[in-house]
Ligand binder design. Structure first.
Ligand SMILES: O=c1ccn([C@H]2C[C@H](O)[C@@H](COP(=O)(O)O)O2)c(=O)[nH]1
Ligand SMILES: [Zn+2]
Length: 176
């Protein structure tokens, strides 16, 4: 076996020494959106799965969530359909949005100054929550409801509150 000398250390049997620092790593924005995308995979919503990842100013993850039915209500009891005879028979009256769940799942005292990575542009109700929670930046992936009234209202509130929102196109790369 090879013997490598590293100034003070002698390493026996190493096959890949000296270690070369990997430069081609996942950027932090890709990592956090990747976590949001992974969380979205937990959603039982058949049409739109949303994930959210909240990150503090030290770039530590402090909350993750995805859209789902409220705790204890059972994923199979409440409806997942988008339309029905009455809104009571649709998911919209019940589902907890990813942003709400990420906020409720927080593992820090507060979310002041945090950034949220979310796979769908936040609706008006979520933007209210983000503003009130002290979140200072929104990074989103899909904007498929850009022209919906709720999204128009959402942007209006974020603009007034001085919270920037940026689209992030993430290209997930294999980590080997
Ligand atoms: O800010 C948002 C907006 C929506 N969601 C969730 C709520 C629903 O489960 C889906 C949207 O369903 P559609 O069938 O596309 O109407 O997305 C969210 O988590 N956060
Ligand atoms: Zn929402």
């Amino acid at each position: 076996s090879k013997i490598w000398h590293n100034n003070t250390t002698t390493i026996h049997g190493a096959t890949d020494y000296p270690p070369i620092k990997r430069e081609d790593i996942l950027e932090s924005a890709q990592y956090f959106m990747g976590v949001a995308l992974l969380a979205a995979q937990r959603s039982r919503d058949p049409s739109t799965q949303v994930g959210a990842c909240i990150v503090n100013e030290e770039k530590k993850i402090v909350g993750v969530g995805y859209n789902g039915m409220p705790n204890g209500c059972g994923d199979d009891t409440l409806p997942w359909r988008r339309s029905g005879d009455s809104p009571v028979e649709t998911k919209y009256f019940y589902v907890c949005h990813a942003e709400l769940n990420a906020i409720m799942n927080k593992n820090s005292a507060d979310l002041k100054g945090c950034t949220i990575y979310v796979t769908l542009f936040p609706c008006n109700e979520c933007s209210k929550l983000l503003i009130q929670a002290g979140i200072k930046n929104v990074i989103y992936l899909s904007d498929k409801y850009h022209d919906d009234e709720k999204t128009v209202a959402s942007r209006r509130m974020l603009d007034l509150a001085g919270i920037p929102y940026q689209n992030s196109f993430v290209r997930m790369k294999a980590v080997g």
